[in-house]
Design a protein around this ligand. Structure first.
Ligand SMILES: [Zn+2]
Length: 201
């Protein structure tokens, strides 16, 4: 039984274990929507997203079904709009704080689409994508912030190319096309929750 009651932990410090690109403490739901990163492409960016399926509905299995190409397109009218979509992210953090992993961090997940970060296009090549179960309007939960902080600290400690300055929202790398994680995402709170730079303890 995994313990996701990490919201009560104050400040930085909690870490997960990353083994062969998989977080030991995450529930694994392997997605076929991935591939190798281009030769020489290091992980240098963390991208924060949000998703809910159907939009605004939380707690069901639809996100996992979408990322594993098992979504019944007829199950909800909205799904007709995304029919045939083949996407994934490395991680999903559910409202309760549960961490779900779909793609090994060494592989290229399909989360960013057309995108550009500091002059570099195709952010999927060099990024890790994290989806927060949510919408642009509803505040994220304490449990989600806690899990995201622990995940971020773990990834920064594992990838030399990642640092506090190499974190972006999907809206930042696909402006005009994407809005997530939305104005409700509390960037100052998130950044304050991370372990100090250089702290590999
Ligand atoms: Zn997104």
């Amino acid at each position: 039984m995994l313990d996701y009651d990490v919201a009560s932990r104050s400040g930085a410090g909690m870490r997960y274990t990353l083994d062969q690109g998989w977080i030991d403490q995450a529930r694994r739901v392997p997605s076929p929507n991935c591939g190798p990163r281009p030769l020489g492409a290091a992980v240098e960016l963390l991208v924060i997203h949000n998703i809910s399926l159907p939009p605004g509905c939380f707690g069901g299995d639809a996100i996992e079904q979408l990322f594993t190409n098992c979504l019944d397109w007829k199950a909800h009218p909205f799904y007709a709009e995304i029919r045939g979509l083949e996407v994934s992210a490395h991680f999903l953090i559910r409202r309760c704080g549960e961490l779900v992993q779909f793609v090994a961090t060494g592989l290229r997940a399909w989360h960013a689409g057309q995108s550009c970060w500091r002059g570099r296009e195709n952010c999927n090549d060099f990024s890790i994508g994290v989806e927060l179960e949510g919408t642009d309007e509803l505040p994220y939960t304490d449990a989600q912030y806690a899990t995201l902080a622990a995940l971020t600290d773990t990834l920064i400690a594992s990838y030399p190319g990642l640092c506090h300055d190499h974190i972006a929202g999907h809206a930042d790398i696909a402006p005009g096309r994407k809005t997530d994680p939305g104005a409700v995402f509390d960037w100052p709170r998130y950044r304050a929750s991370l372990a100090p730079a250089g702290d590999a303890a």
